[in-house]
Ligand binder design. Structure first.
Ligand code: TGC
Ligand code: FAD
Length: 394
């Protein structure tokens, strides 16, 4: 029988989750981590405060790193494993959820539907330039009156000769105002269809949504489609039902299951370092039992969530993951990350509310992450439906 090791666990990876990764995955993960340290961390608090993201510049840099549509095969995409994609999301979200969002939307929500449901011509036309970051995409599903229930969408498209004419409004669309192309989901006589809409098409506009108190280092917009006319070649031929947009959500939700643990890790590590240095009552606050309990709870949540994410990654790479299992990951890792952020915030006392430390920014961002890509409640009901066979949505 193998003996027990008495090498003390690493406080930054207590269960040695790194041992579950291949050398290649660790190399990729470290490359993204380095990028975040160099390009994101020194700037992101200012971007967040200013409500700004240098989207074009970042798109090019992400393109050079091969991170856009990285888990897709061909068409200039890197073709990595799903686990590697997840690990990249984790590192990006350790920087900021808005940065991970940018990459998720481009790869999982704008490129994926073209890759999965597009014609060969559409793939050749769009994917290589989206992979390099020359073209930025967005994904228009949510509407002012259709959030959790996107099947109730009002945006519609009708055939007119060889064209389609699209009318409607999309709401809360990440990258909307900076996008060159929008994937717009619309109701048609043939079912829900996806349209590739170049954003310079007459009748298309994308006013930015301001005054956000969350995900401030991310562009969020309304999409207005006023008699937008596109040729038939711009409709995605491979799907005509809600299965289209919901399949894209599987991809992005999977990335969030990893990403949320990046934000949580950043909060935990900041609080751990602070607790060892900050002295009150003549002792580091990390020596108080109540503080240690918080640190332990945070560390356990981060490690468990990371294990869950890696497990889901392996299942996805084996082609065995189900949407309900992805819901499990998004649901549990995001709610736990939010709890970690709140606990970490308390350890920093007054310093916890400033942008000098990343915690409050992560905490505010995670309120968005809790809501988008299916709210916590929607994922609860997806899992509940799976347990009982009973649908509680309506
Ligand atoms: P339902 O009637 O059950 O199914 C309709 C069709 O869709 C298929 N389907 C799925 N296909 C793939 N993946 C899934 N997860 C699927 N779930 C269902 C189903 O088989 C059926 O196909 P077919 O071919 O028979 O027609 O669907 P429903 O309309 O009752 O919806 C169920 C529900 C509530 C779970 C769904 O509407 C939902 O997930 N709502 C939440 C909406 C949401 O998550 N929106 C996210 C918008 S995008 C975003 O937030 C981006 S944030 C930016 C970033 O990621 O950084
Ligand atoms: P609602 O659906 O109105 O829900 C309000 C509350 O009611 C929630 O708590 C919800 O869980 C609850 N609720 C609703 N139905 C039920 C039910 N059946 N049972 C129990 N509770 C229920 N969308 C896109 O398409 N593309 C994007 O790029 C995008 N980016 C986003 C970026 C940001 C910053 C934000 C905040 C949102 C983004 N979204 C995007 C929209 C996001 O997906 C929606 O906000 C989300 O799906 C929830 O919809 P809603 O806000 O309309 O809330």
């Amino acid at each position: 029988m193998a003996d027990i090791s008495f090498v003390p666990p690493d406080p930054h990876d207590f269960l040695d989750t790194d041992s579950l990764l291949t050398e290649e995955e660790i190399l990729l993960r470290d490359t993204v981590r380095e990028f975040v340290k160099k390009e994101i961390e020194p700037n992101v608090a200012d971007w967040w405060e200013e409500g700004h993201l240098p989207s074009r510049d970042l798109a090019k840099k992400f393109g050079e790193l091969g991170m856009l549509g990285m888990h897709l095969e061909g068409y200039g995409c890197a073709g990595t494993s799903a686990t590697a994609y997840g690990l990249a999301c984790l590192e990006l979200e350790a920087g900021d959820s808005g940065i991970r969002s940018f990459v998720s939307v481009q790869g999982s929500l704008a490129m994926f539907p073209i890759w999965k449901f597009g014609s060969e011509e559409q793939k050749q036309e769009w994917l290589p330039r989206m992979a390099t970051g020359e073209i930025i995409g967005c994904f228009g599903l949510t509407e002012p009156d259709s959030g959790s229930d996107p099947a109730s969408m009002r945006t519609n498209a009708r055939r007119d000769g060889g064209d389609w004419v699209i009318n409607g409004t999309k709401m809360w669309i990440t990258n909307g105002s900076v996008a060159d192309v929008a994937i717009v989901w619309a109701r048609t006589d043939e079912g829900i269809r996806g349209f590739i809409v170049p954003t310079d098409t007459p009748g298309f506009s994308a006013p930015e949504i301001k005054k956000k108190a969350s995900l401030r280092a991310s562009v969020t917009s309304e999409l207005i489609l006023d008699n937008v006319r596109v040729p038939d070649e711009f409709v995605l031929p491979g799907v005509a039902s809600m299965r289209g947009p919901l399949s894209c959500l599987n991809e992005a939700r999977f990335g969030i299951a990893f990403g949320a643990m990046g934000a949580a890790r950043s909060c935990y590590e900041t609080a751990l370092a602070y607790a060892k240095e900050r002295v009150q009552f003549g002792r580091p606050i990390g020596s108080f039992q109540l503080t240690q309990q918080k640190l332990v709870d945070m560390m356990v949540a981060v490690q468990k969530g990371t294990l869950l994410a890696i497990h889901l990654g392996r299942r996805k790479d084996e082609g065995k993951i189900t949407p309900q299992q992805i819901s499990f990951g998004k649901f549990d890792n995001v709610r736990n990350a939010l709890q970690v952020a709140r606990t970490a915030r308390s350890i920093l006392g007054a310093n916890g509310i400033t942008l000098e430390y990343p915690i409050f920014r992560h905490m505010a961002n995670l309120e968005t992450v809790y809501t988008y890509e299916g709210t916590n409640e929607i994922h609860t009901l997806v899992i509940g439906q799976s347990l009982t066979g009973l649908d509680a949505f309506a």
